[in-house]
Design a protein around this ligand. Structure first.
Ligand code: P6P
Length: 344
């Protein structure tokens, strides 16, 4: 007897099938992209498995080391990074370089001779919000794919400094009550849910769209005293009672950027990690946090800026560069920019 779940498995649009169908529409696309996404999905499944066993195997807590950002490294940060490296290190003819929050230097996947190396670089935050792991709260992975090549005379690492609008694809995995993968390749935003019984990511939402204005703001209010006057006034404004204007907004902040931004795709609203006293560049990283999420949100109808300029137009100066991030519904991001720039 076939159950409804069996039917789902038989009729499910898996991630691989979706990408192949998309490829049929874009003749210029090669099978390489679907292979990259399949390997990212493999790493995501391994990470989801590790997280589900976190309380049972020795992966909780800290390694005792600090990463390039000077942050304490969780054991699962390291294991999650390894999952992505292992998914790509076997063959450098696809992704030639991995850049990760957990690795000081770009990882050159293989020593294939020039001309044989892959034309892609993958930028990763392998486990975003990892301090949530020890309290069994939601965490995520963020990825960004750029085309890189061998330009005579250009240092391989310099070639990695691409602006966000040049991304080939970007996405995130959210390890929550269910594990979901959300990605864009410039053709809209699509969401897949992991069905652990068949081990496949199955299409759950096609063409995700973000409300143009929301009712949620997401920020660490403990930093209020460190913000600029404009930023303080914006959050004060969101808290004011104005039912006709949809205020006060609700405050939601999970400690995981991926979870908070994903919520905004549904509710609308704005996430903010602005510049603050002692952190003029904010906390979040441009190439593997802000830029990929900006690509996703812009494709869903939202926007992302530093408070003064679009994230997707920023020219990186280093692969681990930090930026202030204001991201979410177009109207809410615009309001934040007006306050931060002193125009309101
Ligand atoms: P804070 C997690 O470390 C992270 O990079 C984001 O996922 C999250 O939104 C933010 O930093 C939390 O930072 O300073 O509020 O604890």
């Amino acid at each position: 007897m076939t159950t409804s779940r069996d039917n789902l498995a038989q009729t499910a649009v898996t991630l691989t099938r979706h990408i192949l169908e998309e490829q049929a529409v874009h003749p210029e696309a090669t099978g390489e992209f679907s292979t990259i996404m399949a390997q990212i999905a493999l790493a995501a499944k391994l990470i989801a498995r590790n997280l589900s066993q976190a309380g049972l195997i020795d992966v909780l807590g800290l390694t005792g080391e600090t990463n390039v950002q000077g942050e304490a490294v969780q054991k699962l940060d390291r294991k999650s990074n390894e999952a992505f490296v292992r998914a790509f290190e076997y063959y450098g003819g696809l992704v030639r370089t991995l850049v990760s929050e957990e690795m000081d230097q770009p990882f050159q996947v293989s020593s294939l001779p020039p001309g044989k190396r892959g034309k892609y670089a993958l930028f990763l935050d392998p486990l975003d919000g990892s301090s949530n792991v020890d309290v069994n709260a939601t965490v995520g992975s963020i990825f960004s794919v750029h085309k890189v090549g061998e330009q005579a005379g250009r240092d391989a690492n310099t070639d990695l400094l691409k602006i966000g609008s040049e991304q080939v694809a970007a996405g995130y995995i959210l390890y929550g009550p269910s594990t979901i993968l959300v990605y864009t390749d410039g053709g809209g935003v699509h969401q897949f849910t992991l069905d652990p019984e068949i081990g496949e990511f199955v299409l759950s939402v096609r063409h995700v769209r973000m409300p143009s204005k929301g009712k949620v703001y997401s920020v660490n209010e403990g930093n209020y005293g460190k913000w600029s006057k404009g930023m303080q006034r914006f959050v004060d404004y969101l808290r004011e009672k104005d039912p006709a204007g949809g205020r006060p907004y609700s405050s939601r902040y999970s400690g995981c950027l991926v979870a908070d931004v994903h919520r905004l795709l549904t509710t609308g609203g704005v996430y903010l990690y602005p510049a603050e006293a002692g952190k003029s560049e904010g906390k979040l990283r441009l190439m593997y946090e802000a830029a990929p999420l900006a690509f996703i949100v812009e494709q869903a109808g939202g926007s992302a800026s530093t408070g003064t300029e679009p994230i997707s137009k920023l020219q990186p100066t280093t692969v681990h560069q930090r930026v202030p991030l204001i991201i979410g519904s177009r109207e809410d991001v615009s309001s934040a920019e007006q306050f931060i720039q002193g125009r309101r």
